[in-house]
Unconditional design. Structure first.
Lengths: 213, 213, 213, 213
């Protein structure tokens, strides 16, 4: 397998494992005496919501990573380690997710947990942009047909994503619950955005989705 | 790797992880004082049965997913996200499985746990059918040789599967134990069904099982 | 990817996950008051030994599975489900491993735990032989060059493996510790056996190890 | 897939799982009464640092394993089992990592935990060198273009790595915290070393990083 293929396979494996490990935190909290299971389950709703949000976040990262690597023809060691840094953040997502779910209904600690979760998203975005910036500065890594000007243009969209996540970081000091729903809305927005807006980069990535290569 | 290939690989990885994580809930319950290990193990039978049932369920999903994607030539973003939704449900299966096993022998809570398990199966079936409906409405995603009329016909069989799972949802209010055995019978039925009935879709899928492509 | 390729990839993924999940049971037991970490670690030796033995067992299964599938040219649904049955047993191995380690130094329960571990190995062997018997009875699944008579001959060697594991099942009623060491010796024997004895099947499998295909 | 390809895929899967399982130990310790979550999180810093260090260690192992197998053309059973031995050590890394983090701030036990961690790194290096020595003694396994003299030269660099890890083993008796930071520095050094020094082996590995094969 090529270096690029093995990097993609390794990344896919880490993303698949991290996304599946999220389910390990779908645990029931300690039940109060005589509380029926159904009530304990309902009371535990932050856990399910956090699961859905983080599942979408990692799933979207997988789609984005895909889209980026479709423009990339070859990898070097710098790219390898920047990708490893991105994985370091993504693989850790189950931890802030579990904390967020566990403390969402507590007055004081919900802010801390929300800030940690939002901060993780900011860190993830920074790593992803860093990866893309690295590629743009090493155009030899890109496929020949990729329009470099257009590729640079997409950086602006990524930058916008960071601003959004920074806003959720601010929001976490207002309300943990609102922050979690904000993350859900952002994730759903990205899903539909991916469905509606086709890549505008004039590159092999354009037809990437519809045509096996 | 093509988009389709990477989607299959990602799906396979999630299914493989979810199916293996099931074993993490093969834990011993708290033992009463002086109880021999052998008795504690025997008393814990719902855990093993739930493991077997969920293992078969995810395994069959893997076979079905396979069969479906053998008819598919290319993927688009809609398919990508519908598949992600299916994975969201399948990756969560260890949670209702563990709950089901843990509460099977309790009078009241066994109904709740059984309903949650059956509900998860209904949700999984809905996602799977949704995926197939999406493909049928976007025939450009199918291999050229696939007979669209026949493909539409298989939807009826899938719909039948949902009815079965809805029935187990009703059954869960009668008895948790009976519901678990019903799921076992359904899973075994699907296994043998797969062995006996060859796909009737006149498509490259027909010979798919017997011939490497 | 071909059916056979996807089956191998799925199997490899489950084996890789099961083998890595073994490390989750490398946990420290409750420490007595004031006990130094070093002593607690030493006292916990059955855990490390059980980890090594089960790691080798799953690793050898991976090598054997490989060797078998090198002779197989195509898969059908029967093979798919028999392989799933084998995976059901192998994926469960972390459970008897943890039990074995936890109860090895207890007088009474060590026999139960040892018997469960040995029983799992017997079940695994039975599934593996079942898989091979199925293939031999459906020679169309084999590569054309495979010598069927020789292939049948290897069944005898597999049968011998079951006898060995049945012996450890008997041994478990004598001593848990002896049984664990017996499993270690068997695993090491299989490792060196693989190194010394080249396949005697006159088939493409012969050069399989030395030549990439 | 070729034997070599399947070995690489199996190794990659184990490394990806082990690296992601590290996040399972990013758990909060028991909180003292009334302690805010933010303080508990800060107090738990050894956990995050240990996560980063072990993540880098396994990531670098992945890069190194890659580089080595780029020089290898075919695998035999000896290589298969030596690789399995390396995996046995790497898959266990989450255990000493968790122990190290948990006991870092304890006076006495931090030395034990640090020594276990450093010892694991020594064992990992020994297995890696053993693998490479085996390959050098079986030059038929190497690609034809590999310069055997140069390949032997790289053994010296590996030997240097073991000395470094042996030094951290000594350091662990001085201070657990210093040992952890030493491991961080070593990991970062290896990252940048990989970025700066291109392989000096005159082999197909040279252009491996820049060109998909």
């Amino acid at each position: 397998m090529s270096e690029k293929g093995r990097l993609e396979a390794f990344t896919d494996a880490i993303l698949a494992i991290a996304i599946t490990l999220l389910s390990l935190d779908l645990k029931l909290p300690a039940r109060t005496d005589g509380e029926p299971l159904s009530e304990a389950l309902l009371r535990h709703w932050p856990s399910y919501l956090a699961y859905v949000v983080s599942f979408l976040v990692i799933g979207i990262m997988w789609v984005n990573h895909h889209a980026m690597f479709h423009l990339i023809a070859r990898v070097d060691r710098g790219l390898l380690f920047l990708n490893l840094l991105l994985m370091l953040v993504v693989a850790a997502i189950p931890f802030p997710t579990a904390l967020f779910a566990e403390h969402l209904t507590e007055t004081r600690d919900s802010h801390t947990a929300a800030a940690l979760y939002s901060g993780t998203m900011v860190a993830m975005s920074l790593c992803y942009i860093g990866l893309w910036q690295y590629v743009i500065r090493h155009p030899a890594l890109l496929h020949d047909q990729v329009d470099l000007a257009a590729a640079r243009g997409t950086s602006r969209r990524f930058g916008f994503g960071i601003l959004i996540y920074l806003a959720t970081l601010g929001l976490s000091f207002v309300s943990g619950t609102v922050t979690l729903f904000a993350h859900l809305v952002i994730a759903l927005y990205y899903c539909f955005d991916h469905l509606a807006v086709r890549d505008t980069v004039g590159s092999p990535g354009d037809e990437a989705i519809a045509e096996p290569s």
